[in-house]
Ligand binder design. Structure first.
Ligand code: XMP
Length: 431
């Protein structure tokens, strides 16, 4: 189906993504294009029925003022200027600065746009596109169990069934129950062709004695690629690689006019010389749309609404050189924290929450005798972009309940602490 599309011309404003989100929230598909796209090229974009021009602080790049090609104003396509340095804002529409949502709504009506942007249509379109692209060829996907790779897997299963092979690498640094959930949902319930790789010993052996956080991260990343490549080599005739790239990855990687926020390597850090054609069905979706897509595809809520989890997993929460006993403490205590947050309705409300175990012990008493055991640190933070973060003011009773449970149920620890530090000066993770 050809969707109506409203194009946003990128003059370097940091608001472009928010405007695209706002248009989509009104049921019309929207995409960001370079500011200097040729008018005729813009006119040939399938479904285009409106143009939004939005400038910003980067409108002067290297001392040279930038602007859209004036030809866009005579294409016969309605144009809405939302930064008041552009020449046109239709006078009869509500003014952007007083009511952006009413202005957008009226503009969408003016464009005659069909409000047909929804997940059911998106899924139907993507399945058709994937089937056309893939044909009878085979696709490979690194399935971590994170939201993006899980949704890509569910889409690909619907599109090409057992032409897809998913590889799930258990590096031993996943949370309690995660590898089992991936196998249950994808192999047992969705019938995926899933290769489960138990690489726990291999990762923990490589990490033994390594205390430096960046070295730990590098080892985990490099070993992941090695394991994945080994599995890929065992499979015959794979030509395509599924990727969980999403729209913010593309926007944040920088356009001609928007500054680069951070560079995004493809998901899982797979090397470019893997020589596969890519399938990136989510590359035009924002994160909340990815979740809506996963839900519409029938994935369980705790997979779709999962809190962010770092690639190196519990490896950066078991401080210093990773040991199996402390890894178990982090994992078990994390499961208790998550369960108690779910019980009091904090799941899905707090942005990220987890446990940390340092590499030192403290004195305690157990069975009337002095004992030396590890402390467990609880951390719960809220943030919009992970650049700054505030601490969740968890109710005292909830903290006490979590503390009691950890001390009673997790062997090897004798203290529980709550981390009260915002970012900055602290970071979210401890390593
Ligand atoms: P920090 O600790 O830098 O964390 O305040 C910000 C966010 O990034 C996540 N994080 C990582 N994610 N690989 C990842 O994929 C990493 O090495 C990594 N380190 C931190 C962290 O969980 C938080 O959400």
């Amino acid at each position: 189906m050809i969707q109506s599309l409203i194009a946003i011309l990128d003059l370097g404003s940091t608001e472009n993504a928010a405007i695209a989100r706002a248009v989509r929230a009104q049921g019309v598909y929207s995409e960001i294009f370079p500011h200097d796209i040729a008018p005729q090229q813009l006119k040939s974009v399938p479904g285009i029925c409106g143009i939004i021009v939005n400038g910003g602080e980067n409108r002067v790049v290297d001392g040279v003022a930038i602007d859209v090609d004036a030809g866009i104003y005579s294409l016969g396509i309605p144009v809405l200027a939302v930064d008041h340095s552009s020449p046109t804002h239709p006078a009869d529409l509500p003014q952007w600065e007083s009511d952006p949502s009413a202005a957008l709504n009226a503009f969408i009506e003016r464009c005659g746009a069909a409000r047909n942007w929804n997940m059911e249509n998106f899924i139907a379109d993507q399945i058709e596109l994937l089937q056309k692209q893939i044909g009878s060829r085979k696709v490979l996907l690194a399935l971590s169990g994170g939201v993006d790779s899980s949704v890509v897997a569910a889409l690909l299963i619907k599109a090409v069934g057992d032409q897809l092979t998913c590889v799930h690498v258990n590096h031993g640094l996943l949370r309690k129950g995660e590898p089992e959930q991936v196998v249950r949902v994808f192999r047992d319930e969705l019938g995926a062709n899933l290769v489960y790789v138990d690489a726990v010993d291999r990762f923990l052996d490589k990490l033994a004695g390594v205390a430096d956080p960046e070295r730990k991260r590098k080892i985990i990343g490099a070993e992941f690629i090695r394991v994945f490549e080994e599995e890929a080599r065992k499979l015959d005739g794979i030509e395509l690689l599924g990727q969980g790239t999403i729209y913010p990855d593309i926007i944040e990687s920088g356009t001609k006019t928007a500054k680069m926020v951070k560079s995004h390597h493809n998901v899982g850090g797979l090397p470019e010389d893997l020589q596969f054609e890519l399938d990136e069905p989510l590359k035009m979706l924002f994160k909340d749309e990815v979740r809506a897509c996963g839900k519409a595809l029938g994935l369980p809520d705790d997979m779709v609404y999962r809190q962010p989890f770092p690639g190196p997993g519990l490896g950066v929460r078991c401080l210093g050189a990773i040991t199996r006993d402390r890894l178990e403490i982090v994992r078990e205590a994390d499961a208790i924290l998550r369960e108690e947050f779910r019980n009091v309705g904090l799941e899905g409300k707090v942005w990220q929450y987890f446990t940390v175990v340092p590499d030192f012990k403290s004195t305690g008493v157990r069975n009337h005798a002095r004992s030396m055991e590890y402390p467990v640190i609880l951390r719960a933070v809220n943030t919009v972009d992970a650049m700054t973060a505030t601490v969740e003011p968890v109710h005292w009773d909830v903290l006490l309940k979590i503390t009691d449970r950890i001390l009673a149920e997790v062997p090897g620890c004798n203290r529980v602490l709550y981390d009260m530090s915002p970012k900055p000066v602290a970071t979210i993770e401890w390593e």
